[in-house]
Design a protein around this ligand. Structure first.
Ligand SMILES: Cc1cc2nc3c(=O)[nH]c(=O)nc-3n(C[C@H](O)[C@H](O)[C@H](O)COP(=O)(O)OP(=O)(O)OC[C@H]3O[C@@H](n4cnc5c(N)ncnc54)[C@H](O)[C@@H]3O)c2cc1C
Length: 272
């Protein structure tokens, strides 16, 4: 018997994976492909706010076969006797509940499983995604300012944050991309300033230009928030800088490694 008056905690239910169809593929820039997912599998899909992410499961690289979820009495799940297919984390760039279509922007950085999949995907192909997105970045509507910073992998998340930002809150946005051709159109708000940084091909680890730009920032007056997403080591240095040199309270910084130099399938839980 529960001796306290606490309500017993409901166990967290894993949301079943969804089998989805690729219904559109659009090259946004030389290194970014927007993939549109649709189909019955997206019934009941929901988003709660900006910068959410989910897992996309890919075909086995050796066999080319995609492990499909099977229907069990508890709903869809991956077959127990098979290894879970390889997956990577991506941002839900757009979700249209009317057409039940979801879009994800994939960076074609070269070597990776996801990058190679995105370079070759075509309408009619199938994919599996996790059941529901996570990691909503809830905005502070009383904030005096926002600073948003990232590389190409965080560009989709930053775009969703700008889309959700009230027009009355000023924001400085720093985006490091390869070159001019990788710049993307972002929602234009009168108080949002966007600074594009072009790393070119010479930088060993992307993010160094972003870090230099952030180190030159003087924080605006009032209470604000910093959001950073890019290569893991850069995220750590940037977070340290805002705490130690700009005396920003840690609770006002969301800093997340979006990928790690030299590491496959970087985990998505290392909020720096
Ligand atoms: C919360 C979250 C949201 C994300 N949203 C997106 C998104 O919307 N779009 C997107 O494209 N990515 C996004 N990412 C990043 C993506 O998950 C990683 O880039 C992932 O490693 C890509 O998988 P892969 O199979 O292509 O490469 P992996 O097999 O994981 O890695 C292979 C090699 O490529 C390197 N590598 C990985 N990513 C990059 C890169 N961008 N540039 C250069 N080298 C790289 C690795 O260091 C490794 O050496 C997100 C990550 C997180 C944590």
């Amino acid at each position: 018997m529960n001796s306290s008056n606490e309500t017993p905690r409901t166990p967290r239910r894993r949301s079943p994976p969804r089998l989805v169809n690729i219904v559109g593929v659009r090259q946004l820039s030389p290194r970014t492909v927007r993939v549109k997912f649709g189909g019955e599998g997206l019934k009941g899909f929901e988003t709660k706010g900006p910068a959410e992410h989910l897992r996309v499961f890919f075909p086995d690289q050796a066999s080319g076969k995609l492990t499909l979820p099977v229907l069990t009495p508890e709903g869809y799940s991956f077959p127990e006797d098979l290894e879970r297919p390889p997956s990577r984390t991506f941002t839900t760039r757009t979700w249209n509940p009317e057409t039940a279509e979801l879009e994800i922007d994939f960076v074609l950085h070269g070597e990776g499983l996801a990058s190679q999949w995105a370079a070759n995907v075509k309408p009619g192909d199938q994919a599996v995604i996790s059941g529901r997105p996570q990691g909503t970045y809830f905005l502070d509507y009383d904030a005096d300012w926002y600073i948003l910073a990232g590389d190409e992998t965080a560009l989709p998340a930053i775009a969703t944050i700008i889309e959700a930002l009230p027009a009355s809150i000023p924001a400085q946005v720093y985006l490091e991309v390869l070159d001019n051709a990788e710049e993307q159109e972002l929602p234009s708000l009168p108080l949002v300033q966007v600074f594009w940084l072009h790393r070119g091909l010479n930088q060993a680890v992307p993010g160094q230009m972003l870090l230099s730009a952030l180190r030159n920032i003087r924080l605006p007056e009032g209470n604000g928030h910093v959001w950073i997403g890019c290569e893991s080591s850069v995220v750590l240095s940037a977070k340290r800088f805002f705490i130690e040199d700009r005396f920003l309270d840690e609770t006002r910084i969301h800093a997340q490694g979006y990928w790690q130099h030299g590491r496959l399938n970087h985990p998505d839980h290392d909020v720096a």
